[in-house]
Design a protein around this ligand. Structure first.
Ligand code: OOG
Length: 253
């Protein structure tokens, strides 16, 4: 299989809601090729009318690295078709085996067009939102290598943002709770995300600079999960509260 075939194979998994075994056993590919496959996969989504709205980081917390057995920060692309309405409902039939995780998201107000330090990155940000991401690995039982998951656009499938507020207070250590029908299922702190989620902005600016890419103003940056991910069940309300940032929820059908 060439890189195009692999991208098409993973995209078919999205469309048919079917998982696959690792594709690297057929065609070993390295991390650089994995990002090329990711881009080809995003192009297939764009050909269907989806639009890029930002980027997401993965494995920015120990909890996630431990859960998935991977220890390298990765990033992927999010599109408008993945965005869910805050407080709205999402039909799990759209997915293969969805999991949900509590996150922090940033909205940019200036293009991110070069490697930035923390102060510069902060200046490029309009605000911060409590958020949740739905991940849905296209690999059987979420079993993947680093290269596999990058090729699979870092498992991205859905996301929901709560109300945005300015980054006027310290968000480096805010309590994070995620409940399932009111029952606490994940708890942690924003400190789990690289010690301070703001560091994600610096990381994103460096990744963009390495690739010679620009993230336009008005983009969303998902900072990665603060806790392990939770397998989603039908007819369940998932709610995340981040102290000082507010609450975000979504209901599964
Ligand atoms: C990969 C995506 C990881 C995060 O927030 O760490 C991720 C996965 O766990 O399937 O989105």
């Amino acid at each position: 299989m060439n890189l195009n075939d692999i991208a098409k194979r993973l995209d078919d998994c999205v469309l048919n809601k079917q998982s696959t075994a690792s594709l690297r056993t057929d065609t070993p590919f390295d991390l650089q090729a994995a990002y090329a496959i990711q881009e080809l996969g995003v192009a297939l989504r764009e050909a269907r009318g989806e639009q890029r709205v930002g980027v997401k980081l993965g494995f920015t917390s120990r909890e996630k690295m431990k859960q998935m057995g991977v220890d390298h920060l990765i990033w992927g692309v999010i599109t408008d078709a993945m965005q869910l309405e805050e407080g709205g409902a999402v039909d799990l039939e759209r997915f293969i085996h969805p999991r949900i995780e509590p996150e922090v998201a940033f909205i940019t107000r200036k293009p991110i067009d070069r490697a930035m330090n923390l102060a510069e990155a902060l200046d490029a940000i309009e605000g911060v939102c409590p958020a949740m991401e739905i991940i849905d690995s296209r690999y059987q039982a979420f079993k993947f290598t680093l290269e596999d998951v990058v090729a699979d656009n870092t498992s991205s499938a859905g996301f929901v943002l709560g109300a945005m507020r300015p980054v006027s207070t310290d968000i480096s250590n805010c309590g994070v709770n995620m409940t399932e029908n009111g029952r606490l299922v994940q708890a942690g702190s924003t400190a789990a995300i690289l010690g301070d989620p703001l560091r994600c902005l610096v990381q994103v600016s460096q990744l963009l600079a390495e690739k010679g890419q620009v993230l336009p103003a008005g983009s969303i940056i998902m900072a990665g999960a603060a806790t392990a991910a939770q397998a989603m069940q039908k007819d369940t309300v998932y709610e995340t509260t981040i102290l000082g940032l507010g609450t975000v929820s979504v209901r599964s059908l």
